[in-house]
Design a protein around this ligand. Structure first.
Ligand SMILES: Nc1ncnc2c1ncn2[C@@H]1O[C@H](COP(=O)(O)OP(=O)(O)OP(=O)(O)O)[C@@H](O)[C@H]1O
Length: 112
């Protein structure tokens, strides 16, 4: 299993959620975060307003998937989140050692 952590533009959240659902993802966690990338010191459009970049509002999407779903999930996120403009975000992939569904006790691939 892998944890796919995506930092995306907030207005892309619905599209990313739908794209992930289409490739079989049944659960994810979303957090409102702030951050900056290489565009620091430049400006970025956010909801029609131009910001001098300090920390910009972003959304962090965390999804744990079985290894054989990693590529399709990354492709879905990339396609849905891309605008082609600066600040589209990043995807980080890291290993997950165990997953447990609390209600049933199912583990690992069966639990995600
Ligand atoms: N190295 C990093 N570590 C942790 N978070 C990061 C890192 N780089 C970017 N982020 C997070 O991702 C968000 C979006 O990054 P962003 O798309 O601006 O990166 P970038 O490398 O400048 O790409 P671009 O050239 O497309 O703007 C940032 O606001 C920050 O929250």
């Amino acid at each position: 299993m892998k944890l796919i952590t995506s930092i995306i533009k907030p207005f892309k959240l619905d599209e990313v959620r739908e794209a992930l659902a289409e490739v079989g993802v049944t659960g994810l966690t979303v957090t409102e975060v702030k951050g900056f990338g290489r565009q620091k010191g430049h400006t970025e459009l956010y909801r029609g307003a131009e910001y001098v970049v300090d920390f910009l509002p972003k959304v962090k999407v965390e999804v744990v998937v079985a290894d054989d779903r990693v590529d399709s999930a990354i492709e879905a996120i990339t396609k849905a989140a891309r605008t082609g403009k600066i600040g589209d975000g990043k995807i980080f992939v890291s290993p997950i050692e165990q997953a447990i569904r609390i209600r049933t006790g199912e583990t690992n691939d069966s639990a995600v």
